[in-house]
Design a protein around this ligand. Structure first.
Ligand SMILES: Cc1cc2nc3c(=O)[nH]c(=O)nc-3n(C[C@H](O)[C@H](O)[C@H](O)COP(=O)(O)OP(=O)(O)OC[C@H]3O[C@@H](n4cnc5c(N)ncnc54)[C@H](O)[C@@H]3O)c2cc1C
Length: 442
């Protein structure tokens, strides 16, 4: 069997890319090195009757997300999602409404009346901002600019803006975060029915759907690690894996940009591209999942803490089908410095601290746990820093003919997983356009 396109990597970007191309009649071969599809977005059946995603795993922007749009427009399928409820901030021993809309602003008690009056016009200004003009401007510099216009902002307002930036960009390195990327998130979210949503049945349902679409027109092989991509005269000719050569004139590397050079020698790329692709800094952190023997909260939105910054969520409050009856699943995540995830002692320190936070948030939390798992690692492929915003990351179309990229470290709009999803759209658009041009020439 010959293939139109070989996709290397069966994470969410590879699967979305494969499904879109398959729907466009392309014969796809998708190669995944592990035994599981989904990459960092995988979810598994864990313990008895629990569908467990990898950490807290939500789709940003609900029906305005790239994922929702791809399912609707490219795949002709309705993505079954459940919108998340409002965000809460746990502070000084109590939960507070966290205002991400004018409605939320009216009801929150984290601002006094004077602050609410000041914040209204600030929010209006934020929503009017031209994203492209602010990609190179850090969040603190943008806050200074807001103060120049609106007068000195109170500490609760500045703290709030910092927490929203940390939430949107999943990083606490506020001084490095791109205000354009952060504001783009607020703008997109403000047009959506909810800031985030959860796929019914967990991410497992998305992965299974995409897999079946690809398989209708092509092939998926797991436990198939690609060793190298073969290039001849600056054009792609195929891939090598385990002694086998598979021919194709189009290859999509749906892997992090740092890993490109494990498969293709640097001599094929320009120095600028190599520097850009190698230096992308990911978000990392520690995440804990818990199976709980009883329902300890009805809250169906994200819960935040400020110091340390954490995000947590009860997925089973949105979709009870992912847990055994009467039980609950809860996940908490704390972004950390890069060195933490390779140091067992530091991971333990974070974990102990997270347990303290949880016992403060929920009465007798430790005694409600049936099982838990702790993981530490890479979360998002590229933190939206001013040094690596959408225009400073590798593009989805490479300098080599027939070679394209998809994944959450490439140069498309979005933050976190949204980058991976949007990249699939941009990558398949480039592949299909180039293929049409080629067909017109031959
Ligand atoms: C705990 C956690 C929580 C997260 N929460 C969210 C969230 O709430 N919302 C959100 O939007 N995003 C979230 N993310 C981020 C999201 O999961 C990622 O952005 C997304 O999954 C990245 O997908 P990808 O396909 O680009 O990369 P990956 O998932 O890394 O996929 C790459 C795939 O390529 C395979 N591969 C690599 N090299 C080879 C080779 N040589 N041959 C064959 N296969 C190869 C790998 O095994 C892997 O399966 C979270 C991530 C984690 C870890």
């Amino acid at each position: 069997m010959t293939f139109d396109t070989i996709i290397v990597g069966g994470g969410i970007a590879g699967l979305l890319t494969g499904a879109i191309l398959a729907k466009n009649g392309q014969k796809i071969l998708l190669l995944e090195k592990t035994s599981m599809l989904g990459g960092r977005s995988n979810s598994i059946e864990y313990k008895k009757g629990y569908i467990v995603d990898f950490g807290i795993h939500l789709i940003r922007y609900s029906t305005k997300s790239s994922m929702y749009k791809i399912f609707k427009k490219q795949l002709g399928e309705k993505l079954d999602i459940i919108n998340c409820g409002d965000i809460k901030l746990f502070q000084d021993g109590a939960f507070h409404d966290f205002p991400l809309s004018m409605r939320g602003l009216a009801s929150t008690d984290i601002f006094n009346d004077e602050e609410k009056k000041t914040f209204g016009p600030v929010l209006v200004d934020i929503l009017k901002l031209k994203v492209d003009d602010y990609l190179d401007i850090s969040v603190p510099d943008y806050i200074k600019e807001l103060e120049d216009k609106h007068g000195k902002l109170s500490e609760p307002i500045k703290d709030f803006l910092v927490v929203v930036a940390n939430l949107m960009c999943v990083s606490t390195k506020t001084e490095m975060l791109s205000s354009g990327e952060f504001v783009d998130g607020i703008k997109t979210g403000s047009k959506a029915p909810s800031g985030t949503c959860y796929p019914r049945g967990g991410w497992k349902s998305i992965i299974e759907k995409l897999t079946s679409i690809i398989k209708e027109h092509g092939e998926i092989r797991t436990k198939s690690k690609v060793d190298s991509v073969k290039i001849d005269n600056k054009s792609i000719v195929g891939v090598n894996l385990g002694g086998e050569f598979i021919e194709a004139n189009t290859v999509i590397l749906a892997i992090p940009s740092k890993s490109i050079f494990d498969l293709i020698s640097e001599s094929n790329f320009s120095p600028d591209f190599i520097k850009m692709a190698k230096n992308i800094i990911p978000t990392v952190g520690v995440f804990m999942d818990f199976g709980l023997k009883e329902k300890i909260s009805d809250h169906d939105g994200t819960i935040l803490t400020k110091d340390p910054f954490t995000m947590s969520f009860f997925a089973s409050n949105l979709d009870e089908s992912i847990v055994p009856e009467g039980e609950q699943i809860y996940t908490i995540f704390q972004p950390t410095e890069l060195d933490v995830i390779s140091d067992k002692d530091k991971i333990k320190q974070v974990k102990d601290n997270l347990m303290n936070i949880l016992n403060e948030m929920y009465h007798d939390f430790s005694n409600k746990i049936i099982w838990h798992r702790t993981s530490a690692g890479i979360v998002d492929g590229a933190v939206p820093f001013i040094t690596q915003h959408r225009n400073l990351r590798p593009k989805v179309k490479s300098e080599i003919e027939g070679l394209y990229f998809a994944g959450d470290s490439y140069g498309v709009p979005g933050t976190g997983g949204e980058i991976a999803h949007t990249s699939a759209l941009a990558c398949t658009k480039a592949v299909l356009e180039d293929r049409t041009k080629l067909e017109l020439l031959t």
